[in-house]
Design a protein around this ligand. Structure first.
Ligand code: NAD
Ligand code: LMR
Ligand code: MG
Length: 581
């Protein structure tokens, strides 16, 4: 592994301990890293660049002498200098509009990302709670909206409708021999912001930053991708600065042919890579998932990752009500939004209820109501997507309740739960303040983008949980990769969700805390990843990874699997560079 460390025992120990989140320097000697470059080419390569931290011996070895100021700084000094500039930026922009501050923070981080990946990812890992809102939702939404104006350097790969017939060779333009993790979008439904065309590439970049920070995927082995088939966003089509194809989106078979070719090209060069589909509009989200899920190692994060996180939250809400988990089968669930996320959540909740009921041999009731922008989904609606039609209500007794009758304030639940999962913050259905004020102090709240907790007076806190698929997708991808799964099954996803659900203690649940602190995301991901590996093994889908074969995976205990996953997480540390040119 690139810049792997000789012994990682202290980091692995940190990942295995249940208390402290993994962070801080390793007390081990890093193994050397072989580079094919010299001199300026190294300084200009963010994967190898150490800026002023190149020791003198390395400067001699790599032809860097004279290309850097004489003083050699330590990693810790560089780290501190960066954090100090970041804090001064926060101070100097106090009082400025939120969007100006957010973009200024994103810019300073992006510049570091472009210059020195080791320092960037250490800063990100150590400060993930503060920085996730900058590199991920909500700021990433703003970045995508302004991508063409903000553009300075390319990142990732851009496949377009004009590249038909070329993708199989184009894929070899990517400079890295090995790619483990790909996040791809067609930019058609970026967060709740709609069609942003090529500008949607900000989403795969942000998701892969989290893959590195949370799952320890080696940043040299990640590939953000946009498939640009045009855009139907008139504003962008008229914008002179717009960097994507200036044509309406391809549709139907033409569209599918482009995505097919991309998938074939990826598979030809990196057959083991895991591909995460992200922010595709609903029709393509479901169609590509059905088309590829048994052929490639892929999943759709908006449908499947989101569903797992919501399910973990819903199971937490049942625990908070003081009821046994089986009571989930009688919970009433109303979903506002019949899109890829909403329908994904309902499908997984329905599956979970069926599993629970199968154990006791009871009959299930239809406990779901779905609304879209035109109101309740009923069977007499025309042109319903087949996935949505599964949840349409008939006109029998109790089929169509007055939804106000079930309004949360009058709910007979001791802990009514409201998940305002739309992103970014500006698109959230409601705020935690709204919920605790209108529904009451017993409500349980979660949102897709981060909000602050609410003080309820008398020293009580109303918790603003973050129900975001970031708690699951890094573990799903990592588990799929480390098991060498042929494809990603429902059982693997279920295992990840159940692992997340079981992470929270009863004490926390009673307070209304449904999800762990973002600062412990590496710890969570190690466990979710292990649960996914074990599910792949149980289903005989695991073909093994690198030197670890399916037999060895199968003989690992639960804790050994967590250790295996933790041991394979990359951690940012400067390795001695050795030139072999
Ligand atoms: N928190 C998370 O982890 C997470 C994960 C995935 C998606 N999301 C967010 O969820 C939102 C929806 O994503 P999606 O993939 O389902 O989108 P989508 O475009 O597939 O579906 C959106 C649905 O919302 C409906 N809708 C729009 N306005 C409505 C209204 N006022 N009332 C009721 N329904 C309304 C539309 O009719 C459509 O059915 C986005 O904001 C996305 O960012 C959050
Ligand atoms: O990107 C996120 O923050 C979550 C989710 O994938 C979304 O599309 O909103
Ligand atoms: Mg998404």
């Amino acid at each position: 592994m690139w810049r792997s460390v000789a012994r990682r025992s202290s980091q692995v120990r940190r990942l295995l301990s249940t208390s402290a989140p993994p962070a801080g320097p390793l007390a081990t000697v890093p193994a050397p890293c072989i580079v094919q470059k010299r001199g300026n080419d190294i300084l200009n390569d963010p994967w190898y660049n150490k800026d002023t931290a190149f020791p003198l011996t390395e400067r001699d070895r790599l032809g860097l002498r004279g290309l850097l100021p004489p003083r050699v700084m330590s990693f810790e000094q560089q780290y501190e200098r960066f954090i100090n500039s970041y804090r001064s930026l926060e101070k100097n922009t106090r009082g400025e509009p939120d969007s100006i501050v957010a973009l200024a923070k994103w810019r300073i981080l992006n510049r570091l990302h472009d210059r020195n990946e080791t320092l960037y990812f250490r800063v990100l890992i150590d400060n993930i709670k503060d920085l996730a809102p900058v590199i991920y939702t909500p700021t990433v939404g703003l970045v995508c909206e302004n991508y063409s104006g903000l553009f300075r350097r390319p990142r990732g790969m851009y496949f377009t409708a004009k590249d038909k017939g070329e993708m199989m060779s184009m894929i070899y333009n990517w400079p890295q021999e090995k790619v483990d993790m790909i996040v791809v979008t067609d930019g058609s439904r970026i967060l709740g912001l709609g069609d942003l065309g090529v500008q949607g590439i900000g989403i795969p970049i942000g998701k892969l930053d989290l893959y590195v920070a949370a799952a320890g995927i080696n940043p040299q082995k990640v590939l953000p991708v946009i498939i640009d088939v045009g855009t139907n966003n008139e504003k962008l089509l008229e914008d002179n600065l717009y960097l994507g194809l200036r044509q309406p989106r391809l549709e139907g078979e033409e569209y599918m042919a482009v995505v097919d070719e991309f998938m074939e090209a990826v598979h030809a060069r990196w057959p083991q890579a895991v591909v995460q589909f992200e922010d595709f509009q609903m029709k393509w989200a479901f169609e590509t998932l059905e088309r590829y899920r048994n052929r490639f190692c892929m999943f759709n994060d908006d449908v499947q990752g989101t569903a797992g996180v919501a399910l973990a939250g819903l199971l937490g809400a049942v625990r908070a009500q003081g009821r046994p988990l089986h009571d989930f089968t009688s919970q009433k669930i109303v979903v506002a939004g019949a899109g890829s996320a909403g329908i994904g959540v309902l499908s997984m909740a329905k599956q979970e209820m069926s599993r629970m009921l199968a154990k006791t041999g009871e009959e299930g009731h239809n406990q779901f109501w779905v609304l879209d922008k035109n109101g309740l989904i009923t069977k007499d609606r025309k042109d319903l997507d087949p996935a949505v039609a599964n949840f349409a209500r008939g006109h029998g007794p109790n089929e169509i309740p007055d939804l106000h009758e079930g309004a949360m304030k009058e709910s007979d639940s001791p802990r009514p739960a409201i998940f305002a999962m739309s992103n970014p913050t500006t698109k959230a259905e409601c705020t935690p303040e709204d919920v605790f004020k209108h529904v009451g102090e017993n409500a349980i709240f979660a949102s897709g983008s981060p909000f602050s907790n609410v003080s309820l007076g008398n020293g009580k806190t109303g918790y603003a949980n973050q129900a975001n698929n970031m708690y699951l997708f890094p573990g799903i991808g990592l588990g799929a990769l480390l098991s060498g799964a042929r494809h990603i099954s429902d059982d693997m996803l279920q295992a990840g969700a159940e692992c997340l659900a079981s992470y929270i203690t009863d004490d926390e649940i009673q307070k209304g805390i449904l999800f762990p602190e973002v600062s412990s995301i590496r710890h969570i991901t190690a466990r979710v990843g292990a649960a996914v590996v074990r599910a792949a093994v149980a289903e005989d889908l695991a073909e093994g990874c690198r030197t670890v074969g399916p037999k060895e995976l199968g003989s690992m205990s639960e804790s050994q699997t967590v250790e295996y996953v933790a041991r394979n997480m990359w951690y940012p540390i400067y390795s001695p560079l050795v030139n072999n040119k």
